[in-house]
Design a protein around this ligand. Structure first.
Ligand SMILES: [Zn+2]
Length: 979
């Protein structure tokens, strides 16, 4: 028997001992005479492949919860190192039913599969970070910083999120590098679920007609990153629950080639390439963790001071984590390595529960009212046996009442994660495609093989019996393979990371560097090509092309062309309400002459083709630089009528208009400025970003009402970097209306920047207790200076419940350094803990009301009675009342109805469904009715647009331009409809 086969038999025996051994067959010709590689044995259902890192990596024990279909092999456990049995690395592959397949050598594929790397975005004000996509026909890989706004950029670039197979996060796990990840994962989960359902429907039809079934999309997602990756994702468990997105996390907690082994590796003069740390059908990846200089040589990352100054949220319940799939983390006196591994496993199980739990929304459990853990939706069965919401007395009055409650998500039951600390480790990667097969030699084949039909077997990697009865192996008839080309993505968050880079063996390994074509450099502010050591490092690698993504070399141009074009057009109509965005088409610095022949700044859309030959840059997809001047000319041609209507509006405003002036006098604080930064619902879209409204109250500072992803980017695009900092220096409070991700994923970056620009101020965070818990837990990953944040808890009145309509009694900490207006709130009908807010400013009596997302609320109308400004959501137009009720939002008329009951003087409608990328359909009649009611006169209604700037005293002037704006948007909609 063949030596390789004998070994295989041995390993199969070992597999018999494992739990689900029969499901797997192992291919493992470690010392095979021919260069065999482990491969999927057969096509069939998409194989889930688990790549075990080398035995020296402690993470070799695969958490069963993360890879539910695989069973760790006994041979791979730390007590029985893999190497002892001759196993270096292996795949587990579900075995398809049927006869045992033949052993197949993996030959590099011959195919001319098109493969390229492309720059998704360069760092600008509203596309911070920088990332690169690796494109294959059937899948995409993302490399770089998944900063806030990345998803929106991809939508703008028409890059399909459903095809993303792996995300490789570079840099450190902090919000700057990963702030866009949570939103992106949510969207990917939704898209994948929708397309899987689509395929299922299609296949059901095809099955009935006996047609061949179509392949489904890639349904899982792998995320790779540095220390704290899993902890970071687990902090989102109170607001992320998606079922059936198998999310596999690969956190690099240990250096796969630690510095101590570098010299030994250098002495080992073998010409073997170091093993990759990740490998799949398309690529091999070497993960390169770089520790900041001050930490190097100190072993694991040293603790950094993490404050936990903020008080615990009120009414904390104690829940055993064992209620989830995981076991409890190890006790404190355990071996640190064991404890660390157990804690990590615990975090992994939490993330697993967030994305693939079997929790069912419809399961209700009966229990006593006083046993219900609040907040929870409570139901009862009425005397007809129907289930309805419980509206009876609270538990303190009727503890024995039997009620029905929905079981909470398994992940959300975990009250506290094992502690972690910020890490300065930053990830970089080297990526290479697989080698491509050499040329088939028909002359050699003819000499050795009798049957020409065997040629096909040989080219597909099978050995055949030759003319003389000997085994003919593929390498006997196929020439040397072509090495797979590759690229590197190096991320330097600070100059302190450069010494570690200079020490890395991978960048001097001739085998790796031989076919490495291109290096992408992601440089944070403060790191330049002149940083010590970097220039020499790059100069020593001149045969490689170097592409730099940094704010100094890449201009702050208008990266999101659709919303920016729209803003420029609107500026042509109404300069006051729609000032031009801040931008710069010239970079802050240029590349020096001595580097210019092999170093270039990155440009969005730039492509480099890795296969097939010839490998080269392609500039055809580079995103053209947007210029307001060109856009204005374009507008004159396409929407002349809008320009005419704007002229009419301007003339009308010049005429003496006493009632406009009067309304100005009549309002307190007419110079209060409102800047809607995000006016869309659900997810960042082409024209509207997710929720955020900035209100600047003269003398009382700035307030952010909700803070969706990339609020900071929108602010910077709107006011410039300096202008945004000015607003932050003046920021008093951020209000988060509810837990939906589109309302708060931008808070951390706002806080982080606020921290830098205001070292001695306080900032109130007004939110439900769960949101404060999230901030406190994330603070372990990145220092947020919690001692300077004033948490204002929106919780029910004592003994009450957070049910829609009930009043919240905010717990406002007194701090004379941060005087706040009076805060009132009530719970609204949207999701658990959703609130609406009313602020009243002492002195002027100015009253602001903000709805968050909700069904129309009588209590909110009462609380905000006489408000000078109401900002209300209006997700759906009136025809979609059913959708509004089902999704717990308001229609346009319902929002106006709340304004009428409130007797609000100015109403700003926002939070538009993505169905209306531009403006919902609304009749003048509806608007007129909105203005009627308690106060017959002087009620004005406006629609919010991203980056519009309107003063409280100027609603009438702003409204005068509405016909012009509507005409412009109609032209745009027609053009897009025709596309
Ligand atoms: Zn919502």
């Amino acid at each position: 028997m063949h030596a390789g086969r004998a070994r295989l038999a041995q390993v199969s025996l070992a597999l018999q001992a494992s739990r689900r051994a029969s499901d797997y067959r192992l291919q493992l010709p470690v010392h095979h005479p021919h260069p065999l590689h482990p491969v999927p044995i057969s096509r069939g259902p998409p194989a889930r492949r688990a790549h075990f890192p080398k035995s020296k990596a402690p993470s070799i024990v695969l958490p069963p919860d993360l890879f539910p279909d695989t069973t760790p092999l006994p041979a791979a456990s730390p007590s029985r190192p893999a190497r002892a049995t001759g196993i270096a690395r292996y795949y587990l592959i579900p075995t398809p039913p049927g006869p045992a397949p033949t052993i197949v050598t993996r030959l590099p594929s011959r195919g001319n599969m098109l493969c390229w790397v492309q720059i998704v975005n360069t760092p600008t004000a509203d596309t911070p970070g920088g990332c690169i996509v690796l494109h294959f026909d059937n899948r995409r890989y993302l490399f770089g910083r998944m900063a806030e706004g990345t998803q929106r950029t991809m939508v703008q670039r028409k890059m399909p999120l459903a095809k993303i197979h792996d995300i490789f996060l570079t840099g450190s796990i902090d919000w700057a590098a990963t702030g866009g990840l949570l939103g992106m994962v949510l969207t990917i989960a939704d898209i994948k679920a929708a397309s899987a359902a689509d395929i299922e429907r299609t296949n059901a039809g095809r099955k009935a007609k006996n047609k061949k079934l179509v392949d489904g999309p890639v349904t899982h997602l792998n995320i790779h990153g540095g220390k704290n990756l899993v902890h970071y994702l687990a902090t989102a468990r109170s607001f992320i629950l998606r079922k059936a997105l198998p999310l596999q996390l690969r956190e690099v907690r240990h250096d796969p080639r630690p510095p101590a082994t570098h010299d030994a590796a250098a002495d080992d003069s073998s010409d073997k390439m170091p093993e990759p740390d990740y490998e799949d059908e398309s690529i091999k990846v070497w993960s390169i963790p770089l520790s900041a200089a001050r930490e190097r040589g100190q072993g694991p990352v040293q603790p950094e001071q993490v404050h936990d100054a903020a008080p615990r949220s009120p009414k904390k319940r104690k829940l055993s984590p064992s209620s989830s799939a995981a076991s409890e983390p190890a006790t404190a006196d355990a071996d640190p390595a064991v404890k660390d591994a157990a804690e990590q496993k615990f975090r992994e199980s939490v993330v697993n529960d967030m994305f693939c739990s079997s929790w069912n929304l419809d399961t209700l459990r009966e229990m006593r009212l006083d046993e219900v853990q609040l907040p929870a939706k409570i139901f009862v069965r009425n005397n007809k046996g129907h289930i309805e919401p419980y509206t009876g007395p609270p538990a303190s009055e009727a503890p024995d009442t039997m009620v029905l409650v929905r079981l909470p998500w398994p992940a959300s039951k975990v009250e506290q994660l094992p502690r972690t600390r910020p890490s300065n480790q930053a990830m970089s990667y080297i990526v290479k495609g697989h080698d491509r097969r050499g040329t088939f030699d028909p002359v050699a084949a003819e000499k050795l093989v009798a049957d020409k039909r065997d040629y096909r077997k040989l080219t597909s990697g099978q050995s055949v019996v030759g003319k003389d009865g000997n085994l003919v192996t593929p390498d006997m008839v196929i020439g040397a393979s072509f090495p797979g080309r590759g690229f590197a993505v190096v991320d330097l968050p600070s100059e302190h990371h450069i010494p570690a880079l200079l020490d890395r063996p991978e960048f001097s390994d001739p085998n790796i560097m031989a076919s490495l074509d291109i290096m992408f450099w992601i440089l944070s502010d403060g790191v330049t090509l002149d940083s010590p050591g970097l220039r020499d490092f790059i100069k020593a690698r001149q045969s490689i092309k170097h592409v730099v993504l940094s704010t100094s070399l890449c201009p702050n141009n208008l990266a999101l062309e659709s919303p920016m074009s729209q803003l420029i057009y609107m500026n042509a109509l109404d300069k006051q309400r729609f000032p031009l965005p801040a931008y710069n088409t010239k970079p802050l610095s240029e590349i020096d002459e001595d580097l210019a022949s092999f170093v270039q700044p990155a440009r969005s859309g730039l492509r480099y083709q890795l296969a097939p030959d010839p490998a080269a840059f392609h500039t055809d997809a580079i995103v053209p630089t947007l210029s307001p001047r060109t856009n204005f000319r374009h507008m004159m041609e396409r929407a002349p009528q809008a320009l005419e209507l704007a002229t009419v509006a301007r003339k009308a405003l010049l005429a003496p208009a006493d009632d406009a002036d009067q309304s100005r006098d009549d309002l307190p604080c007419p110079d209060l400025e409102i800047i809607p930064l995000g006016t869309g619902s659900a997810m960042p879209s082409k024209y509207r970003n997710v929720s955020a409204t900035l209100i600047r109250v003269p003398g009382w500072g700035s307030y952010l009402f909700d803070c969706g992803e990339n609020t900071l980017g929108q602010l910077r695009r709107c006011l410039g970097y300096d202008g945004a900092d000015e607003v932050l220096q003046d920021l008093r409070a951020i209000y988060i209306s509810h837990a939906h991700a589109d309302h708060h994923l931008g808070t951390v970056s706002v806080i982080a920047r606020w921290n830098l620009v205001t070292p001695d101020r306080k900032l109130a965070i007004i939110a439900a207790p769960k949101y404060h818990d999230f901030l406190r837990e994330f603070h372990q990953v990145q220092d947020l200076s919690m001692d300077r944040l004033l948490p204002v808890y929106l919780r029910p009145v004592p003994g009450g419940r957070p049910i829609p309509g009930s009043i919240s009694r905010p717990l406002v900490p007194a701090d004379i350094t941060c005087p706040l207006p009076t805060i009132e709130a009530c719970f609204v009908d949207h999701c658990t803990d959703a609130t609406a807010l009313v602020l009243t400013f002492p002195g002027s009596g100015l009253k602001l009301a903000y709805s968050g997302d909700c069904r129309p609320s009588a209590e909110f109308a009462a609380l905000g009675r006489g408000a000078h400004l109401l900002v209300h959501e209006c997700t759906f137009e009136d025809e979609l009342g059913g959708d509004a009720r089902a999704k717990k939002h308001s229609t346009l008329s319902e929002a106006l109805g709340v304004g009428r009951r409130m007797e609000a003087r100015r109403i700003l409608l926002t939070h538009f469904s993505q169905r209306y990328p531009k403006l919902p359909v609304v009749s003048e009649e509806t608007l007129r009715r909105g203005r009627e009611g308690g106060r017959e006169k002087d009620v004005e209604v406006l629609f919010a647009f991203d980056m519009m700037r309107v003063k409280l005293g100027e609603f009438k002037q702003a409204k005068a331009f509405l016909p012009a704006i509507r005409s412009l948007l109609e032209v745009g909609e027609k053009e897009e409809g025709g596309e």
